[in-house]
Design a protein. Structure first.
Lengths: 449, 477
């Protein structure tokens, strides 16, 4: 029997059906709890990272840059500057005398060398303490090099990963509206916010939108381009996935430029179809809706027999979902249900109360809903609820594998697209492979009699 | 003869000026991690130990993720989770809460605490905080608490590793212990769990009783358990570390470690000076010569000859050298990674006729170039081309040099993959990190056995190149 659950975390863990649903969340991680969360810098870095023609310079000691070098499986159709990791590599004497000069030289040299369309300068913990005037260095270089140079206020200690999303949106907001589109903008143009083109997922979505007569103007930020973002205030609609990371930018653009936005998710059949219908109906054109209906029908006709194969073999399994963003957890509950799999534990690093309430609504009684969890909790709940499948990221994988649970990576490092109808098929295949391998005949999988 | 050897020495190694940090404004693709990562790895090699990073939360998470991708094992590392107010007013409260929570959750035998750039810069005094914590909890039985100062802006993960090892010895060693016959300490440096297993086997075969610090052979390469164990089995017991001064000698691997007082001073030298335990400073035992030194040292310490089994391993290694030498002679390699691993590999390559034309590292040891020079000379090779040894460099600079050198193969961590792909040459994955293959924890680099394994991998990679590039597709090579 595993013990060691922390009393101070009790209110961040709720079991559906145990009284009124009142989960505590959006708070700093408890010291010593081994949270699965990263930091503010991480939040900013993951959001801005996929802008492929920008320079991403991390102002701090080399570690922060080394740990995030080419870390996401986010794909570019053109430049690949984002796959390089740049750092001012602050050393002891920079800490004593200040790193602003080094930052200036680093920025100037790197811009000279790589000709980026813009530069983002990430402040790390230490910079917040030694007080380098990043802002004025950025302005100076911007004046000299004639490209936008934007500070990102991502000092690790200034909150959680979610505050890092906000800092990234603040930087993006400064870019938006600084350029006009070269060509007239298609009347049915949308910006995609919050898809990071992991394993080329955005291209799958782009193809769906194209088929129903909608044009994507700016990709923010997967396969993103600086100039598209600068001029994206001329698109008709912002379509926001990953609401946690990108809602702030959508809200600001609505305020500033009157661009409405819609929240969508592209995971699972229900959410994917709803996304297309929602966006199509926004333009008030019956042709778009007809095309959407045709697309959904066509895709489902292809997909359903395949899913039926998996469903027949996976029905009755029990899953733990623990991911970064709550929106994904919500989609995953539905996607798993399509495969006949019940979610018995679900949680996220950065969910809001509203998100957890949706999860509670979707799940069966007895499901554990948890905010900002840690390995001991996840292992305990998984065992208690008899889960035999875990959907998570790199840090969760060894927990699942050690316990004899099937695992599906639904995080930055995935190499198979999991979005859209095609993604649902891949997801089912991944889960199936994770559950059905004959290795579980030797290393006994949980739930196996 | 003597004269020509001297000439050879003079041209064998071009010593480049180690670029001062002030000459380099930016790093592109760093060839190093930060000190807290190394400290956490070292702490993982103690039985029942959980590492705690005093500072902001991201560091623990990034380091966990980085280590999990290499070892493919759970790696729990706690953080005191600094928030803004702690950065302004100090993190003592978070430190205390963090320790309380960690101890109540994990029931560890030891907490290995290290700092990071944030807590160091705001001047957190770990020793004092620990002292206060102990006083406050004097009625309880506390786990061993060891603190290491590892600011991320000083040195690399290799330095963090050695600092943690030294801190453990300095804080845990008991005074006034009598020597115990047959006891030896081994401080192997950052090697693989597979290497650690092998080293323990070898030392034990000499009838010696080793205290290996750190020993993460099981904690970072555990078996299938059907359960998530909070603190994986294995590791050196705290009690054994306390008794390190009982040993008759310490064997410390690492030519790049400092020889005089300073941050990089290895734990072995510390033990020698503070507790009078003789320290034998050896290179990483890769290749015949460095392995011979290791085995001879063990033979001397135990008073026993090299056991038959290892004599036979040595003999087979020689046999392989002879069988494979034609495929290797005159080939040129680029080697990069942690300094001591690079020095060991360079020594090995030089003895099999492969010229390590570029030996590079992100580390900052002042002994790196000298050591590479020392281990690659005097082999009577007829290489005209000098060996370049350069440290304190990033991957961008390593790649730029490598592209000009047009080597036949590269040896190092998985981070050289792009270079190998661009140059269409084999990458032999060694050391740390290996994020794009399975089995990094099992790679054996050390001793006659490890060298034989590396020799086969390297020779086969070059044989495959020959085969693949041949229009005939030879079936015999």
């Amino acid at each position: 029997m595993m013990t060691g659950l922390l009393k101070e975390r009790e209110r961040q863990i709720v079991t559906k059906g145990d009284g009124t649903f009142d989960i505590e969340c959006s708070k700093a991680s408890l010291a010593g709890s081994v949270s699965q969360r990263a930091c503010v810098f991480c939040g900013s870095r993951v959001v801005l990272y996929p802008i492929v023609d920008a320079l991403h310079l991390i102002h701090g000691p080399a570690g922060c840059a080394a740990y995030t070098w080419d870390i996401r499986g986010t794909v570019s159709s053109g430049p690949e500057l984002h796959r390089m990791s740049f750092t001012t590599d602050l050393r002891e004497k920079d800490i004593i005398f200040g790193g602003a000069d080094k930052l200036y030289r680093a920025l100037s040299e790197l811009i000279e060398l790589h000709h980026p369309k813009a530069a983002f300068v990430y402040a790390t913990c230490i910079v917040g303490v030694i007080g380098d005037d990043i802002e004025s260095v950025c302005r100076r270089v911007e004046g000299e090099k004639k490209i936008p140079v934007l500070p990102v206020w991502s000092e690790g200690f200034r909150g959680s990963k979610k505050d890092g999303y906000r800092a990234a949106c603040d930087a993006l907001e400064k870019l938006v509206g600084t350029m006009e589109p070269e060509k007239p903008v298609h009347p049915y143009s949308i910006n995609i916010l919050g898809d990071f083109n992991l394993a080329g997922e955005l291209w799958i979505l782009e193809e769906y939108y194209r088929r129903i007569g909608i044009n994507i103007y700016a990709r923010i930020t997967g396969d993103g381009r600086v100039d598209d973002i600068r001029s994206c205030h001329r698109a008709a609609l912002n379509v926001v996935q990953c609401s946690g990371s990108m809602s702030h930018l959508a809200e600001t653009m609505k305020e500033k430029y009157g661009i409405p936005f819609k929240h969508v998710s592209y995971f699972g059949i229900e959410d994917m179809s709803a996304a297309l219908y929602d966006v199509a109906s926004f333009f008030n054109d019956p042709v778009l809706l007809e095309k959407t209906a045709a697309l959904v029908k066509e895709e489902l006709e292809k997909l359903m027999p395949v899913l039926e194969f998996y469903r027949a073999r996976l029905t009755g399994r029990k899953a733990v979902i623990y991911v970064g963003g709550a929106f994904k957890a919500i989609s995953l509950i539905k996607a798993l249900r399509l495969l006949g799999i019940q979610t018995v534990v679900v949680g996220s690093q950065t969910g809001r109360k509203e998100d957890y309430e949706i999860m509670a609504e979707l799940c069966d009684y007895g499901t554990v809903i948890v905010d900002d969890s840690n390995p001991i909790e996840l292992a305990t709940f998984a065992r208690e609820r008899g889960a035999d499948l875990f959907i998570g990221g790199v840090k969760e994988r060894p927990i699942a594998h050690k316990m004899g649970m099937g695992f599906c990576d639904h995080n930055h490092e995935r190499k198979e697209p999991l979005a859209g109808y095609e993604g649902m098929k891949n997801f089912a295949a991944e889960v199936y492979a994770g559950m059905m391998s004959p290795v579980w005949r030797f290393a006994r999988r949980r739930g196996e009699k | 003869m003597i004269k020509s050897a001297c000439d050879e020495d003079c041209r064998a190694t071009v010593r480049l000026k180690i670029p001062d940090a002030s000459d380099v404004a930016a790093l592109t693709n760093p060839c190093k991690l930060c000190a807290p990562l190394g400290a956490c790895v070292a702490f993982k090699g103690v039985e029942g130990c959980i590492p705690l990073i005093h500072g902001s939360q991201g560091c623990a998470t990034y380091i966990r993720r980085y280590l999990i991708s290499h070892f493919r094992e759970p790696v729990d590392i706690a953080s005191s989770c600094f928030v803004e107010s702690a950065t302004v007013f100090g993190g003592a409260n978070l430190f205390n809460t963090g320790l309380d929570n960690l101890i109540s959750q994990y029931r560890p035998k030891m907490v290995g605490i290290c700092t990071n750039c944030l807590s160091e810069t705001i001047g957190e005094d770990l020793r004092r905080m620990l002292q206060d914590y102990r006083i406050e909890h004097k009625k309880e039985v506390l786990p061993a608490l060891v603190a290491a100062s590892t600011p991320s802006y000083t040195g690399t993960h290799a330095d963090g590793f050695h600092i943690a090892v030294r801190s453990m010895l300095a804080e845990l060693s008991l005074p006034g212990l009598e020597k115990v016959k047959g006891r030896v300490n081994l401080l192997p440096g950052f090697v693989s769990p597979g290497d650690l297993d092998h080293l323990k086997e070898v030392i034990t075969a000499f009838g010696l009783d080793p205290m290996v610090l750190p020993d993460y052979s099981e904690t970072l390469d555990g078996g299938f358990q059907e359960e998530y164990s909070k603190l994986p089995e294995g590791g050196t017991p705290v009690e054994r570390i306390k008794r390190a001064p009982e040993a008759e000698a310490t064997i410390q691997f690492g030519r790049a470690l400092a020889r005089e007082e300073g941050e990089r001073l290895g734990g072995g030298v510390w033990l020698e000076r503070s507790c009078g335990v003789n320290c034998y400073r050896l290179g990483m035992p890769i290749g015949l010569r460095e392995s011979d030194e290791f085995f001879h040292t063990l033979s001397m310490l135990s008073g026993k000859p090299v056991p038959a089994r290892y004599k036979s391993e040595r003999s087979r290694l020689l046999d392989s050298y002879v069988d494979g030498h034609k495929y290797l002679f005159g080939k040129r390699a680029v080697v990069y990674g942690d300094e001591d691993m690079v020095i060991g590999l360079a020594s090995f390559l030089a003895e099999i006729g492969v010229n390590p034309v570029l030996c590079a590292s992100g580390g900052i040891s002042t002994h790196f170039a000298d050591s590479v020079h020392a281990v690659t000379r005097n082999l009577g090779n007829t290489f005209d081309e000098p060996v370049t040894a350069i440290n304190d460099v990033d991957f961008d600079r390593i790649f730029a040099r490598a592209e000009k050198l047009k080597p036949d193969l590269i040896i190092g961590s998985s981070k050289g993959y792009k270079l190998a792909r661009d140059l269409d040459i084999p990458l032999i994955r060694c050391g740390f990190p290996i994020h794009d293959r399975i089995g990094a924890q099992r790679i054996l680099h050390l001793g006659y056995r490890g060298t034989t394994a590396l020799f086969d991998i390297i020779t086969n990679a070059l044989m495959q190149v020959k085969q693949d590039r041949s229009p005939l597709g030879y079936k015999y090579i």
